[in-house]
Write a protein that binds this ligand. Structure first.
Ligand SMILES: NC(=O)c1ccc[n+]([C@@H]2O[C@H](COP(=O)([O-])OP(=O)(O)OC[C@H]3O[C@@H](n4cnc5c(N)ncnc54)[C@H](O)[C@@H]3O)[C@@H](O)[C@H]2O)c1
Length: 348
């Protein structure tokens, strides 16, 4: 890959909700990256991003036209589109020789994931999965402590993200449509605890079990998922994720138990409890903007040619766990509490 010497010129594709956090990261690291194009079908969202940037880059409503007509001003694209558009936008950008930062999920099917893995490999561009929660202080510190042997071999770990969402907030939008979303909550918010779990476990996945439910959201997919992951080194992983209730009280975003102790915490607060101790040591870590860290990491990878923390392979691996969990949970709609009482007995 040819290293980029000057400012890295990024085109944002999809200027909706989360692109605001990506642009915030660009503004924070304006010495390293700059936005040289915006693409969205919504003029209102394009205007919002321009206000945030403080300048008006060339704007497009079609990313193919943008890549064709303005490609010489673009080193990389930052894709913040609805899920069903990730694969086509990634493949078009890679074919045009652009580096890619793409929001989660990488795509919605393993077939598309294979196409993306192959296309990125062939082209030699850098692909970074926008797994911003890898940059959470507790995740980074726990990863370092595990690698340093603070808790010994991992036996059990858990990663979760639950909150009560507005029941009608997604009605009529792409997230409510299972095809456009690629499923329900698990491939959306649940994607974060899934990659965090895989990152911390750092082991081959040997098996996945899943259970799903829809308790209150007006969407076609599930709003809650409970997933169990068997790792080939024997460790047991659990993911809990929901738009229908808050994190169970007293639990944490990450919790890892090893043969010599436990590490657990949320946000900036990490607890370390060596085996045999009654009270954990509490670490208050420095707060970070995970989106700014993500943009910095992307820019540095393009500058140095370094592989991003998570690229296509990890994007595919996370999607595979989600697809396996959804397959195992098949039939959960029988228990759709929005639709009334369960019709049949059986495993969900
Ligand atoms: N990392 C996080 O914490 C986080 C949080 C929210 C969303 N996300 C991810 O970000 C992505 C976008 O989610 P969002 O909440 O910003 O959605 P959104 O609906 O707010 O924004 C999507 C944008 O894409 C635009 N768009 C739709 N079709 C288009 C097309 N054909 N061409 C150009 N633009 C088009 C829409 O007009 C809209 O502005 C998703 O992948 C989602 O999972 C990540």
């Amino acid at each position: 890959m040819k290293r980029i010497e000057g400012k890295i010129r990024i085109a944002v594709i999809g200027a909706g909700g989360i692109s605001g956090a990506h642009v915030r990261g660009m503004v924070e690291h304006k010495g390293l990256v700059e936005c040289t194009a915006l693409c969205d079908v919504s003029e209102e969202n394009l205007r919002k991003r321009c206000e945030q940037l403080g300048h008006t880059p060339p704007m497009f409503s079609d990313w193919r036209k943008m890549l064709r007509e303005h490609g010489d001003q673009i080193d990389a694209v930052d894709i913040c589109l609805p899920h069903h558009l990730h694969a086509p936008a990634i493949l078009d950008a890679v074919a045009a020789g652009k580096h890619v930062l793409c929001e989660k999920p990488m795509c919605t099917s393993l077939k598309d994931a294979d196409l993306i893995v192959a296309a990125v490999k062939k082209s030699g561009v850098i692909y970074m999965s926008a797994h911003n929660q890898l940059f959470m202080p507790v995740v980074q510190e726990a990863k370092k402590m595990i690698a340093a042997g603070a808790i010994g071999r991992i036996r059990w770990l858990r990663s979760q993200d639950c909150f009560m969402a507005d029941a009608q907030g997604m009605a009529g939008k792409w997230r409510a449509n299972a095809n456009l979303q690629g499923g329900g909550e698990l491939i959306d918010t649940g994607y974060h605890p899934t990659y965090r779990l895989l990152y911390l476990a750092d082991a081959e996945v040997a098996g996945v079990r899943g259970t799903m439910a829809r308790f209150h959201m007006a969407i076609e997919g599930e709003d809650t998922a409970s997933v169990q992951v068997r790792f080939s080194n024997g460790a047991i992983g659990e993911i809990l994720t929901s738009w229908a209730f808050a994190n169970p009280i007293g639990t944490h975003q990450i919790h890892v138990i090893g043969e010599q102790g436990q590490i657990f915490g949320s946000g900036n607060t990490l607890n370390y409890l060596p085996a045999g101790y009654a009270q954990p040591a509490v670490m208050n870590l420095k707060q970070v903007d995970t989106f700014a860290e993500q943009m910095l990491h992307f820019g540095q990878c393009l500058r140095t040619g370094k592989r991003p923390l998570h690229s296509t392979e990890e994007g595919r691996q996370v999607l595979k766990v989600i697809c396996q969990a959804a397959k195992d949970a098949a039939g959960w709609q029988r228990y759709n509490t929005l639709a009334g009482k369960p019709k049949k007995k059986g495993r969900a």
